[in-house]
Design a protein around this ligand. Structure first.
Ligand SMILES: NC(=O)C1=CN([C@@H]2O[C@H](COP(=O)(O)OP(=O)(O)OC[C@H]3O[C@@H](n4cnc5c(N)ncnc54)[C@H](OP(=O)(O)O)[C@@H]3O)[C@@H](O)[C@H]2O)C=CC1
Ligand SMILES: O=C(O)CCC(=O)C(=O)O
Length: 441
């Protein structure tokens, strides 16, 4: 039992580098474009389509000053990348993290285009963020940074233009501040009902039931389908979870209801191991209160390498991109990597995993439950409706299972990886619309 293992961990929080320092600079946008080009060759898409999709439509950069608690003024740089809006308004999260960069956000915005197309949503792709560490500012500073950022973005976003949502370092509260700022600036000018300007809001402020757990729920639907296809019993399965925020913790909690057990977890402060299995509810509550897993009593501190070398059934990366490179792919002893995070495996890492017979559920499929339920929230805001949790859950389940089947069928037909198959399904949808519009007569 977890409680019996309670060796008190008094280790102070240590910052664990996201990737070992000898690793090359990771060109995330190039990597994502590489997948698109490969998928385009696979399904023979006309060259002009990949040319259009090779860069974002708009790259918005704003510099804005914020008064900090000590009275000083600090200048922040914020981004909103609008990749593509062929299928509908730009859509995607806002990331607050010290690693935020233009290149990464371009990659993440492009991935939103593929994700929305794959899920057959009438939405395009976007992503934004600010480069700073949200754990190092007070709550009042966080609110002022958010309000200044959304004020600076002004009319570049809107319920029919570009709809942000939470991503790393942001949550429902951030979205409530964002909506309020927009309502009192741009919304005032147009006298519009503007709840739909952001999704992932608190339920009382126009959010939807089920959004908070949606990404984790989607990961779990994909894992369940994979388990069925591969005759794996999830009861008693063991999990390694990297990142215990929204995606990691909800995935662990939902899988525990199917009998799976989380034996190791990690975040930027370090990694913890508990062979008996953590209680994911308690750990989730602890992280909500303490902002990290550091000091959680029911686990033994281990190194990042020890974490990756543990024998388990499923690895769920739910933190940053570029986590599974050549080294980690050689270390992992699991049957499945289910990508809760965006871009956690490098192409070289993926190749090694597949050669070693480790399956991968790719990000744009596995973590698409979040944006799918964001879409449900946006529809409810448009129609002034409130759907029950059961309705949201049941729609999400159908949508995830349909997407999983489409991707596995494409992979079978084209004899390709699930990642390329997911890109191919998405690209096929976009190509059909470009074709119908005959934009270059
Ligand atoms: N939220 C959503 O709906 C969706 C999120 N995603 C993706 O899922 C991933 C996680 O997002 P989300 O759960 O929302 O973010 P959260 O901010 O809620 O959680 C992120 C987690 O990652 C950890 N982390 C940060 N840096 C490191 C590091 N260097 N090494 C190990 N762990 C680290 C954080 O730890 P700490 O707090 O200690 O920094 C935290 O536990 C991201 O890739 C995001 O793009 C994808 C689809 C939708
Ligand atoms: O819910 C959304 O709109 C965005 C989710 C997101 O940022 C992602 O899927 O990476």
């Amino acid at each position: 039992m977890e409680e019996q293992l309670s060796t008190k961990n008094t280790t102070p929080p240590v910052s664990v580098p996201a990737v070992p320092s000898h690793r090359h600079k990771y060109e995330f946008f190039k990597v994502v474009q590489g997948y698109l080009d490969e998928a385009a060759r696979l399904i023979e898409v006309p060259g002009y389509i990949t040319t259009i999709l090779s860069q974002p439509k708009n790259e918005i950069i704003v510099n804005f000053p914020v008064r900090m608690d000590d009275g000083s003024i600090r200048l922040f740089k914020g981004y909103r990348i609008q990749h593509n809006n062929l299928l509908g308004p730009f859509k995607g999260g806002i990331r607050y993290h010290e690693t935020v960069s233009l290149d990464d956000l371009k990659a993440l915005a492009a991935m939103m285009t593929w994700k929305c197309a794959l899920m057959n949503l009438p939405l395009g792709g976007g992503k934004g963020g600010i480069k700073f560490n949200p754990n190092e500012v007070s709550r009042a500073e966080l609110q002022r940074i958010t309000r200044r950022f959304f004020h600076a973005l002004g009319g570049n976003i809107g319920p029919e233009t570009d709809i942000p949502a939470p991503d790393m370092g942001t949550d429902a509260k951030t979205m409530a501040w964002a909506m309020d700022t927009y309502m009192n600036t741009v919304g005032q000018l147009f006298k519009q009902a503007v709840k739909g300007v952001v999704t992932g809001k608190p339920v009382a402020s126009g959010g939807t039931y089920g959004r908070e757990k949606a990404t984790g729920q989607g990961v779990v639907h994909c894992i369940t389908e994979w388990a069925e296809d591969n005759d794996v019993n999830l009861g008693g399965a063991t999990l390694l979870v990297q990142g215990f925020g929204n995606v990691g913790s909800n995935t662990a909690v939902l899988l525990s209801k199917l009998g799976a057990s989380t034996v190791a977890v990690g975040d930027h402060t370090g990694y913890l191991y508990n062979p008996e299995g953590f209680n994911p509810h308690k750990l989730q509550d602890y992280v909500k209160k303490n902002r990290s897993i550091a000091g959680y009593p029911a686990g033994k501190p281990i190194s990042r390498e020890e974490f990756f070398r543990l024998k388990a059934d499923i690895f769920i990366p739910a933190a940053l991109e570029n986590q599974v490179g050549v080294e980690e792919a050689g270390w992992l002893q699991v049957r499945l990597v289910a990508e809760g995070a965006n871009g956690p495996c490098t192409p070289e890492g993926e190749k090694i995993l597949l050669e070693r017979g480790i399956h991968i559920l790719p990000d744009i499929l596995a973590n698409s439950g979040g944006v799918t339920v964001s879409y449900y929230e946006w529809v409810q805001n448009k129609r002034s409706e409130t759907w029950t949790l059961e309705e949201v859950d049941s729609r999400l389940e159908k949508a995830m299972k349909r997407a999983y089947r489409e991707v596995t069928e494409m992979a079978r037909q084209k004899k390709c990886t699930l990642r390329l198959a997911a890109y191919a399904v998405a690209l096929q949808r976009l190509a059909a619309v470009y074709g119908e519009r005959e934009i270059f007569p």
